[in-house]
Design a protein around this ligand. Structure first.
Ligand code: C2O
Ligand code: CU
Length: 480
């Protein structure tokens, strides 16, 4: 039995598609269907509304906070916190966020991973004008998907995100999960200057020539190497979010039998092993584990192993009376999509990733030889736009012609990795951000549904800032 609304939605959508193909749908639909049959979507285009509107207030402003090792750090923060407040709502709710910019720079908020109307996507010069200092903007959208999302500025991200502007948006499933405890870990690193403050030199040549800005202090929720108390028997949902400008995290949870139950918000096809976790900038991973009673009064180290120099990220300290496990046993999963037609088709578009000398920073990162200039009101005016038909499978190919890392992100869409260097792959989950290794080619299958101009870019902030962004224009077949 699938107790998952996804399954019912997908089944209904498939039925509608069959009816339409048989000419049994509405008249207009049947005509369109005969000309260009809509493929059955791998997930529902929409979900029923709960009728609830969740209202939030966000203010971005400079402030000083006790962070890292407790020192006073000058940051830019949402609502005076780093990370910003965790916004919570339920799938099917509408969120309304009244935002005020008290920064010395224009900004916007982008809702990373959320499928929303294009005008709410927060891309300056594309979906909205930049919000000037002192300005306000109201973001409002319905939450179609449950899972772990985050939000951050989409203007001068290499500076604004690095200074502390990021927050988590959690969309709860309508059905309660099997967990007795939830943890949210925002992973970040900080590049500090000699005085111990955020280094104010952004987009340096060295950062551009490498994998962006990597700091010397890594933090979990703004704290270096925190100790996290847990009780034996607790069933934990740990939501990991990588908000760093450039650093890839690979936290290892040795000693815990942890399973990956969601990646980039969406539930995995089935619980997946958490043995080789990798979170590139932008990625989220949700883990499910039960604290073994045998670990009572013990400490467990969570070590990052992405680089050759492993380091301690956090310590889990288990103590106290054992917690009884909840009655529900399984976490939600999603049915695996049929990717065969997407796999079989040739790439709809190929994106070649490379760098060259030039541009405002001396080096510019390019997609198919173009560097995106994203400041100003009309960012997209002189730039190529890639068209993708809505309601059809598309295969996108990323060819990394460089020796650097590129976590490629597409706004408002989820996709599946179907091949790496020509070898078929099935990761068992959706993504919105995929890490492309040096000289690697990655094919992804995507099923665009929401129309509009969606950003496709590298999530290493310095690469994006120096040009590694473009737009995919999703349009229903036949629309101009
Ligand atoms: Cu978190 Cu355009 O991205
Ligand atoms: Cu990149």
């Amino acid at each position: 039995m699938h107790r998952n609304p996804w399954f019912i939605g997908a089944a209904l959508a498939a039925l509608v598609a069959v009816l339409a193909a048989l000419g049994l749908g509405q008249k207009g639909d049947a005509v369109t269907a005969a000309r260009q049959p809509r493929a059955a979507p791998p997930y529902p285009e929409d979900v029923p509304s709960t009728g609830h509107v969740r209202e939030f207030e966000l203010v971005a402003a400079p402030t000083a906070l006790p962070l890292l090792d407790g020192r006073s750090l000058e940051v830019w923060a949402y609502n005076g916190q780093v990370p910003g407040p965790t916004l919570r709502a339920t799938q099917g709710d509408t969120v309304r966020v009244r935002f005020t910019n008290k920064l010395p720079q224009p900004t916007t908020i982008h809702w990373h991973g959320i499928r929303l109307p294009n005008g709410m996507d927060g891309v300056p010069g594309v979906t909205q004008p930049p919000i000037p200092p002192g300005g306000t903007f109201v973001y409002e959208f319905k939450l179609k998907d449950a899972g772990t999302f985050w939000f951050h500025p989409h203007l001068r991200g290499s500076e604004q995100v690095e200074r502390g502007l990021f927050g988590v948006l959690i969309v709860e499933d309508r059905e309660p999960g099997p967990f007795t405890r939830e943890l949210v870990w925002v992973l970040d690193d900080w590049l500090l200057d000699a005085s111990g403050q955020v280094d104010a030199r952004f987009n340096t040549r060295s950062q551009l020539a490498h994998d962006g800005r990597w700091g010397q202090v890594s933090t979990v929720n703004g704290v270096a190497q925190p100790e996290v108390p847990l009780r034996p028997g607790e069933r934990v949902r740990l939501r990991l979010v990588n908000v760093a400008n450039g650093r890839v995290f690979a936290p290892s949870f040795d000693g815990l039998d942890a399973a990956v139950i969601a990646v980039d918000a969406l539930a995995t096809d089935r619980p997946l092993p958490a043995s080789r976790l990798e979170l590139a900038p932008g990625n989220r991973v949700d883990l499910d584990f039960t604290v073994p009673e045998a670990l009572s009064e013990q400490r467990l180290e969570v070590v990052d192993r992405f680089t050759r120099r492993p380091f301690l990220l956090a310590t889990l300290a288990v103590s106290g009376a054992a917690v009884r496990p909840p009655a529900v046993t399984a976490a939600a999963s999603m049915p695996a999509p049929d990717l065969s037609s997407a796999r079989a088709r040739p790439p709809s578009e190929t994106f070649r990733l490379n760098a060259r000398r030039g541009g405002p920073f001396g080096i510019e990162w390019t997609i198919n030889g173009e560097a995106f200039q994203h400041e100003g009101e009309h960012a997209s005016a002189h730039h190529r736009v890639y068209r993708l038909p809505a309601h059809q499978w598309a295969k996108l190919r990323f060819v990394n012609e460089s020796y650097r890392l590129h976590p490629m992100h597409v706004h408002g869409q989820f996709f599946r990795v179907v091949a790496r260097d020509g070898t078929p792959v099935d990761e068992g989950h959706w993504r919105d951000t995929v890490l492309i290794g040096p000289r690697e080619t990655v094919d992804v299958a995507m099923f665009p549904q929401d129309e509009g101009a969606w950003m496709l870019h590298c999530h290493i902030q310095e690469h994006a800032e120096s040009g590694m962004m473009t737009l995919v224009d999703v349009r229903a077949d036949g629309s101009p």
